[in-house]
Design a protein. Structure first.
Length: 255
């Protein structure tokens, strides 16, 4: 009889312990908060005029709280009409990341914020902005007509690009880029030549490679890729006479 009583007490105690453990497990699961992705609010004016100083601002939140500690933040400002762009590094100000930009050319712009978090996320919100000429409508129309005529004249000429380098590279190994340029059949000298590096994977940062003239019509530059993956290289060729040619090629960086 005593053995039976002891056995019943032991079973009852075990049942209570299991119930308590289950209760604690449910409580822990119920109070555990799931980490939400970082959300970004990009603020830029929809319209501006040439000469305006524009403030670009992005605010980051996670789990409804403002965050001010990320790896880096930059604004990419592209003028779709002139097919030119630039990157501006943002600074932290009043719990937001901000940068100033002076509008120097009219056109329709695309503004993209590049945010890299410490956890490896890469966020790229974007917005549109139109910059108008501050001159009168007649002057604006006359200038546009002149630009159109100039552009048409430029397109009558051909820039021949010869790529003297491979279309692949190895991660963390310096590579030399070399291109030869001809304009109307003659070596193109004293040009501004740059590669715009456009990663085609999450977490990649657009950057620029400047190519210097090594010999008449031949330009050279070096770059080390720190991430493997697929890229697009956009070659920009400009000079002081208003020439602006560009060409895009796929590029692979291997481990």
């Amino acid at each position: 009889m005593k053995k039976i009583v002891v056995l019943l007490i032991a079973l009852a105690t075990s049942t209570v312990l299991v119930a308590c453990n289950n209760h604690n497990d449910h409580s822990a699961n119920g109070t555990k908060k799931e980490t939400q992705p970082v959300k970004a609010t990009l603020i830029a004016p929809e319209e501006a005029k040439i000469g305006d100083k524009i403030e670009l601002k992005i605010t980051l939140t996670q789990n409804s709280k403002t965050i001010t500690s990320v790896k880096d933040v930059a604004f990419e400002i592209k003028n779709n009409d002139t097919d030119t762009d630039q990157m501006i590094t943002a600074r932290l100000k009043n719990h937001s990341y901000v940068a100033s930009y002076e509008a120097k050319n009219a056109g329709k712009y695309k503004i993209t914020a590049h945010v890299s978090t410490k956890s490896g996320e890469h966020i790229m919100p974007n917005t549109a902005m139109t910059v108008a000429d501050s001159s009168t409508n007649s002057e604006h129309a006359e200038r546009k007509d002149h630009e159109a005529a100039t552009e048409e004249h430029e397109h009558h000429h051909d820039v021949t690009i010869t790529y003297n380098h491979q279309r692949t590279a190895t991660k963390d190994k310096e590579m030399t880029f070399n291109v030869s340029l001809k304009y109307d059949g003659k070596a193109l000298s004293s040009a501004n030549v740059r590669y715009q590096v456009l990663p085609q994977f999450d977490g990649g940062h657009p950057t620029w490679i400047t190519l210097k003239e090594a010999s008449k019509g031949t330009y050279e530059g070096k770059h080390t890729f720190t991430h493997a993956g697929k890229y697009q290289l956009k070659l920009h060729v400009e000079n002081n006479e208003g020439l602006h040619a560009h060409e895009v090629k796929d590029f692979i960086v291997r481990e």
